[in-house]
Design a protein around this ligand. Structure first.
Ligand SMILES: *Cc1c(COP(=O)(O)O)cnc(C)c1O
Length: 369
């Protein structure tokens, strides 16, 4: 148990299975441009995610930029600063303005009660994040969007396979973005998808991810954001094992919750009503006054024992040097506090339960000094 324990480790399908999956590509030479692997993955994901429409992309970030592009948005987008850099970078890359809304302290998603106060005549959309796989208040957000005629794009990068009352989480809002990066619950090495209700968007997405071209004609701006068949093949293999991966994650989270409950100064998220979770992350919040040491001290104590947790998300997106002159921490006090105190613990399907015991023991010892 002296080996290092990292915060995550990509799930790998059996080697032979991937080799079997790609073998026929040496015959077909269909490596990209929506070949057979791409088409098969698209069909299987549509079913697994319980969505009406899906399009695949080279990664989640480009998928998100393409979603903003396809909806032809202009002006301000309301999002939260408690997310990965991708969310706000997509907004800014598309020439839009980021307006940061605070998060709620229960599950760190956007505080839907604060959204209306941030709406101006320039607001065009809301971009909430299902952070850590915690589900936003999709109903309240839908009502606000309807009232003010705003688009809703979910950053569902953490939310693969989650359902709310048996409805696929990618069915809410106008568009949802999923990331299939190697460290996510489901991956294609790099990759991403958009899911959406309006099937007419499929043609637009196809065009944008292929340089804006239809055949030889270039009728709009675009980029290159196609998923290759090599990557889709990895997805086909991982999808066969996804329920097994999620079941293992669940076992780990259940054990963390058991071992870390009743520790003064440590809190973690509870299961959400009606939500089938994917157990993507296990964040804990450290209240230094009650726990005895700060989040940063706990993070260091874990490193001393070769355990690598992550200050995820810290710093807040609004404090990144590229934007920090524009935004104050005082505008999002809950996000500011959570970013200061949050620590995500190691969690991946191959993490042994013995190691979970070990990690929790180190945490408890750190508290006792
Ligand atoms: C991973 C991630 C992304 C970006 O996805 P990529 O596939 O890595 O481009 C966007 N938003 C969040 C919240 C993420 O965690």
């Amino acid at each position: 148990m002296s080996d290092s324990i990292y915060v995550t480790s990509p799930a790998m399908p059996p080697f032979e299975e991937y080799i079997d999956e790609i073998a026929d590509m040496w015959e077909t030479r269909h490596l990209t441009h929506t070949g057979p692997k791409h088409q098969a993955l698209e069909a299987q994901l549509c079913e697994y995610l319980r969505v009406d429409n899906i399009s695949l992309f080279a990664n989640g970030h480009l998928a998100l930029e393409i979603a903003l592009d396809a909806l032809e948005l202009n002006g301000e987008i309301i999002t939260t600063p408690f997310t990965f850099a991708s969310t706000s970078q997509a907004i800014i890359n598309k020439g839009l303005t980021t307006v940061f809304c605070d998060i709620n302290e229960k599950n760190y998603t956007i505080d839907a009660d604060l959204i209306e106060s941030l709406i101006t005549k320039n607001t065009c959309a809301i971009l909430p994040v299902h952070v850590y796989g915690n589900i936003c208040d999709v109903e309240k957000i839908a009502n606000i969007a309807r009232k003010y005629n705003l688009k809703v794009i979910y950053d569902a990068a953490h939310a693969f396979g989650i359902t709310l009352n048996d409805i696929g989480i990618g069915s809410f809002g106008d568009i949802s973005m999923f990331s299939f990066h190697a460290t996510k619950v489901f991956h294609t090495v790099e990759g991403g998808a958009l899911t959406y209700g309006d099937g007419s968007l499929t043609a637009t997405f196809k065009q944008i991810r292929q340089f804006g071209m239809i055949g030889e004609d270039v009728l709009r701006t675009g980029t290159n954001a196609k998923m290759t068949d090599m990557h889709a093949a990895m997805g086909l293999c991982n999808l066969r094992h996804i329920d097994e991966y999620i079941a293992k994650r669940r076992e780990i989270v259940v054990l963390y919750r058991k071992l870390l409950s009743d520790i003064e100064g440590l809190t973690f998220c509870e299961e959400q009503l009606g939500v089938k979770s994917n157990y993507a992350y296990f964040p804990i919040e450290v209240n230094a006054d009650k726990f005895g040491i700060t989040r940063d001290q706990l993070h260091s104590r874990l490193i001393d024992k070769n355990i690598y947790s992550r200050k995820y998300f810290y710093p807040l997106v609004s404090q990144f040097p590229v934007y920090s002159r524009k935004y104050s921490l005082d505008d999002t006090p809950v996000a500011a506090r959570v970013a200061r105190n949050i620590l995500t613990l190691p969690l991946y399907p191959d993490l042994s339960l013995d190691n979970v015991h070990h990690i929790c023991n180190v945490i408890i010892e750190a508290k006792q000094g």
